[in-house]
Design a protein around this ligand. Structure first.
Ligand code: BDR
Ligand code: CA
Length: 313
């Protein structure tokens, strides 16, 4: 089987950690490297989390590179309330032995892409600061990235950070603007679909039956975000935001995807970070991106849970 090769750009983060697990459990893909950005937790903590999760899975040969520790223009925003003090909810992993890669995340992505033109996709599941820096510093990568999958935005859905904005995009709307208009082919996986893919208490119980350090990690981390979503947004389950963006890379049949004119509000007003699609193409622009607007939600959750059980054994 030809594996889809990709780099995971992430702000680990509970559902980010689940995405690392999903990648390692999926023979259809090969995760070449992990690059870290500020988001759910401060960038340095994100690096520790990525290394710890890889060690838990005996996958420390995958390089982890530190990236941008703040947005391009705006002050740092983190999400302790959603992801807990260390970013992994109730889970506590040992301090990792492995060290991060010596290169900056942006350099590492650039090297992979230029050495393997047209072969490497990027799955970006945090704020887009690293990817915007990549585009600005090395515009020659634009035609050479196979495809960029982005977890972010809310098109016909309310926000989860403000009434209109989703967290990743809200953290760095200026980076989002650069990426949306860069010419890199991209697919946005917004809250419209990710808030349909809910891992339930019963799903978690199935994983819990395995009794291993990995299943314990999944349960303890996911339970934290579940409680947060239930209390603050009356959402019953753990939204699989980031894992669904990875699914877009190799299970795109689960998603209904449209090619549209996509943009983001960078003005510092009430809709800062709002992503929108020009469905009627009022401005007669050429479509710049793909966006997932519907999903076979339960099919995806079942596939995801099966792989979580497999990797826990
Ligand atoms: C996104 O924000 C983060 O909190 C999650 O990890 C996900 O990437 C969802 O809005
Ligand atoms: Ca994330």
């Amino acid at each position: 089987m030809k594996q889809e090769r990709f780099i995971l750009d992430t702000d680990p983060g509970i559902d980010d950690a689940l995405t690392i697990l999903y990648a390692l459990a999926s023979p259809e893909v090969r995760m070449e490297a992990i690059t870290v950005v500020n988001g759910n937790c401060p960038m340095k903590q994100g690096v520790i989390n990525a290394l710890s999760v890889l060690e838990l899975l005996n996958a420390s040969s995958i390089p982890v590179a530190a990236g941008m520790d703040r947005p391009l223009v705006l002050p740092v925003v983190n999400a302790e309330v959603t992801h807990g003090k260390n970013g992994l909810g109730y889970a506590e992993l040992p301090t990792p032995h492995t060290k991060p890669h010596q290169n900056h995340a942006v350099e590492l992505i650039k090297d992979y892409v230029l050495e393997n033109p047209g072969e490497i996709s990027i799955v970006a599941i945090g704020p887009l600061t690293n990817i915007a820096m990549l585009v600005r510093l090395y515009p020659q990568v634009v035609g050479k990235v196979k495809h960029l999958y982005i977890m972010g935005g809310a098109i016909n859905h309310c926000g989860n950070m403000t009434p209109q904005a989703e967290f990743n995009i809200y953290c760095d709307p200026h980076a989002t603007h650069i990426v949306f208009h860069s010419g890199i082919p991209f697919t946005l996986v917004p809250l419209d679909v990710t808030y349909q893919t809910l891992m339930t208490e019963e799903d978690l119980e199935r994983i819990n039956q395995v009794h291993s350090p990995v299943s314990e990690f999944i349960v303890k981390s996911s339970r934290y975000v579940m409680e947060f979503l239930s209390e603050s947004q009356a959402v019953k389950g753990c939204a699989l935001n980031d894992p669904l963006a990875l699914a877009a890379l190799f299970q795109s049949h689960l998603l209904d995807i449209s090619h549209l004119v996509l943009d983001v509000d960078t003005n510092q007003g009430v809709s800062m970070g709002k992503t929108f699609a020009d469905f009627y193409n009022y401005e007669q622009k050429t479509e710049n991106g793909y966006v997932a607007l519907d999903v076979r939600a339960r099919d995806f959750v079942e596939l995801f849970i099966d792989r979580m059980i497999e990797i826990s054994q």
